[in-house]
Design a protein. Structure first.
Length: 76
C-alpha cells in the first residue's frame, strides 16, 4: 500500500488519514518532485471514449447483463 504526504517539522504528515496502528513499521522513499503531467494531455475519460462502441459480436443486452455473461449471475 502506498500513502502520500509531506514533511512538516521533522514529522511526516500523510495526505489522508489511515488505520495504521502506532508503532507500525513503514518505509519512506523521498521523491524528488511530483510527476509532471503535460498540460495538453488528454483526460482518462477522453482517452477511453475512443473505445466506446467498438465491441463487436456481443449480445444485445451486454450492457445490462454484463455480470451474467462474465460471472454467470442471473440476468437482470
Amino acid at each position: 500500500m502506498e500513502y502520500k504526504g509531506k514533511v512538516q517539522g521533522n514529522t511526516i504528515v500523510l495526505d489522508h488519514p489511515t488505520d495504521m496502528p502506532d508503532g507500525a513499521v513503514v518505509r519512506v522513499i523521498v521523491c524528488e518532485s511530483e510527476p509532471n503531467i503535460a498540460p495538453n494531455s488528454q483526460a482518462l475519460s477522453d482517452l477511453l471514449l475512443q473505445f466506446a462502441g467498438k465491441g463487436s459480436g456481443l449480445p444485445d443486452d451486454m450492457s445490462e447483463n454484463h455480470d451474467h455473461y462474465l460471472y454467470g449471475t442471473p440476468k437482470q
